[in-house]
Design a protein around this ligand. Sequence first.
Ligand code: RB5
Length: 147
Amino acid sequence: MNRRIAIASDHGGVELKAFLKQQTYAQPIEWIDLGTDSKESVDYPDYGFKLAEYVASQQAELGIAICGSGIGISIACNRHEDIRAAVCTNSTMARLTRIDNNANILCLGARIVGEILAKDIVDAFLDTPFEQGGRHERRVNKLKRTT
Ligand code: RB5
């Protein structure tokens, strides 16, 4: 069965988004592309919020968010209470943020990482499960707002 992965970017990430969608992954992926679709300037919060809502409502298993630095769109995604979005610049960070933080959105900076590195990072993120049931789960649960 295909994995449903949502992906969104601003204009700074539109080319990397297209590249990542064309690649082959360990399991077949059904991409849900939430835009943007051109290099015309747009605002990263709009795409971060849209992706966060999509992933938080479990319409996709995981999400990938791309802007120029990866930072702006990660801030936008993390405004949603049920999102743990992590900017990663290497595959070790991507693996650890799945194991430790149960990150549900990977954020990439298209002006920071090249295409091949980005693909490695996405592979690590998609192929690593959360380490459930122990100290990591307790800590992730503490991230939830109580007020
Ligand atoms: C867009 O030029 C740029 O500001 C944006 O992609 C991102 O890097 C913001 O954090």
